[in-house]
Ligand binder design. Sequence first.
Ligand SMILES: Cc1ncc(C[n+]2csc(CCOP(=O)(O)OP(=O)(O)O)c2C)c(N)n1
Ligand code: SF4
Ligand SMILES: [Mg+2]
Length: 765
Amino acid sequence: MEFAVANSAQTLLAPAPLTRDFKSGNEAAALAARDIGFHLMGYFPITPSTEVAENLSQMQANGEHEICMVPGDGEHGAAGICYGATLGGGRVLNATSSVGLLFALEQLPVQSGTRIPMVLNIATRAVSGPLDIRCDHSDIYFALNTGWIMLMASDPQAVYDLNFAAVKIGEHPDVRLPVMVAYDGFFTSHQKRRIEIFDDLEPVRAFLGQPDAPYTAIDPRRPATFGAYMNDPDLINNKMQHSLAMEAAQQVIPEVFAQIEQLTGRTYSLLDNYQMEDAEVAVVLINSAAETAKAVADEYRARGIKAGVISPNVLRPFPGDEFRKALRNVKAAVVGDRADSYGAEGGNLSLEVRAALQRDPDNRTTVMCRIYGLGGRDFYDADAEAFFDDAVAAAKSGKTEQPNSYYGVYKGEVAKSPPEGLPPLTVEEVSRTIAKVTQNPDTSRLEVELDPLWAATTIPSKIAPGHGGCPGCGIFPVLRQVYSALEGDVVVLFATGCAMVVTTGYPKTAHRITYVHNLFQNGAATMSGMVEMYHERVRRGELPKSTDLTFLMIAGDGAMDIGMGPSLGAAHRGHKMILLEYDNQAYMNTGAQLSYSTPMGHRTSTSEVGSELSGKRFHHKDSAQIFASCHLPYVFQSNEGYPEDLMRKAAKAQWYAKREGFVFGKVLSFCPLNWRTADDNADEVLQAATDSCFFPLYEVEHGNTTITYNPDLVGRRRPAGDWLEMMGKTRHMTKPKNAAHLEDVEKEVDRRWKRLKAMHEVEGL
Ligand SMILES: Cc1ncc(C[n+]2csc(CCOP(=O)(O)OP(=O)(O)O)c2C)c(N)n1
Ligand code: SF4
Ligand SMILES: [Mg+2]
């Protein structure tokens, strides 16, 4: 069979062979990526879109695709990776959600402003704060002004199909714009539906053709300048061209949708109009909620009410003409907005629908806005009925008392406040001085006299029982050990991660001391602001001088990827605070994706193991050494499995943070769930990590390195393979076929250990 390379709807495409499957939206996006054969994916995990990269990692491990998968250090980095890759002329993919999209936001107009196409899947989710991982559209509403084409996919099938459409639309020579494919987080990203996927890739690859960038950044024979500095008077012309490209997309999108129909038999249009031909009342909704409303529209029709539903498949360019046509004879419409545009008299969709109708002098539709379904609140039949009822009432009366309102909120009861938690801890209760710190007058180094470990058990915990951590989770022993060595009052800031998620859940908290959370890229900056405000207010006499606060930030190894820049900023500024990284070697809270601290070869959900791949492909980050090079008063590395070591270092950390400045500590912390070990195996596994010299215990005090536990000297040194053999996530590394891999890891461990020993031996190195 011959397949035409289609550039216009006139070229008739033969239907492509399809096969049925049962997949979620995220799986559909990953399958589409595989079938499109993108050159590269830059990504950073965030719920609920993470599975796109995870599925692709699994497929890659099994040799099912060859997409170059590049894990970003955050979404901003991922967007930069994608931009760079697209400048190289190939096809590029990304997937994100919520604050991830916002963290990348700055890059999006750069991508569209230089007219470089790519595809970004968005499993939509509420933006912080407060943090909520479930669906609404507050993330994509931020993207409306980025200059990207925005396609809406209301079910997994649409996710699959629209990814192909996205490539074709974005690369069209009249358009050349990046394209988003947005689908509802969890409702669509995680719910499985029957879908059809291409059984034979030849026709669809022929349909897509080869990417044809007019210029690339990697062709030295055709040098080009991308992103030249541009000011008045040129910029406005540039923007006009961008706007014209969007206008061109108005024409191109229906052509591409027609081609998708020829290939698949499935129809897409700018607006999905359901029962709208003669509708007198309508409900307008984006994505999955529209499917619920359609069933309700049928019920209203059965009762003689001419009800219809409109759901846009495209938000940018905004299908204004289609809305004018669809709503021409509609008496009243309720537009459901799954996000507010605070203070703007409606959410973005209702504002744009109203603006579109404004251009039709004959239109008399009463348009109401209902802000609904925020933070994952379900949209049931009864909710659609309430929308239709509002529309019916307005259609009858010709007016509405409530043009804009929130739907589904309930009033709190003033008299009913959350139950009191445990009483605040007193300074006396928690200050038992079990770790006495003194400064050696000769060396200026600190010495710590530690009470026996049982003494710590008499100190009330700063974390109340009842948190939601997994059995055996190492975070709590780490916190317990550190907290019990700290004197006086402590203010903590937790970056996003397991420690934070399992200890707070509105309206409850497990923290018995003041606790702050901020998004996990910016914790150190936030804490540095708090520290300075505290000192400033003391200086101004607004707070008593006697207040004795220690500022402690708790961050996972993931937070030290995405938040490394702000952390280094805080370190260099020298704020009096402790940054404690608990390293459980991956992004556990989001399902164990690789972090830069994940050691090479370890299995994570984005460094899968299979016939073609065996785990993470680059060595682990050494954040303690990174901070040591900031010339801080004190940097340490310790291990949950060596409590005395950790408690001594915590006490020193507090001494330095109070008197001198920024302190960094990194602690290895057990994660039985994702290390795939028994819950009660912590000591054995953690000690093997240190005895194999993979995770040495040491400190750097004013530039002087001291190894605080040397397994060589106590005859406990063992090969890294012994440690790797203990965990399900690494056992594959000890198999004969991975011998070369293991040797590589052993060599790197040895190299770093030798370097550390040299630093230990020479004062000031
Ligand atoms: C900007 C942004 N991107 C992504 C996420 C999703 N996210 C939340 S926590 C987390 C991983 C945390 O890993 P780590 O810091 O190692 O802590 P752990 O969960 O392992 O304890 C990720 C990727 C987010 N909340 N914000
Ligand atoms: S996934 Fe790991 S780090 Fe997270 S709570 Fe469970 S054991 Fe702890
Ligand atoms: Mg982690």
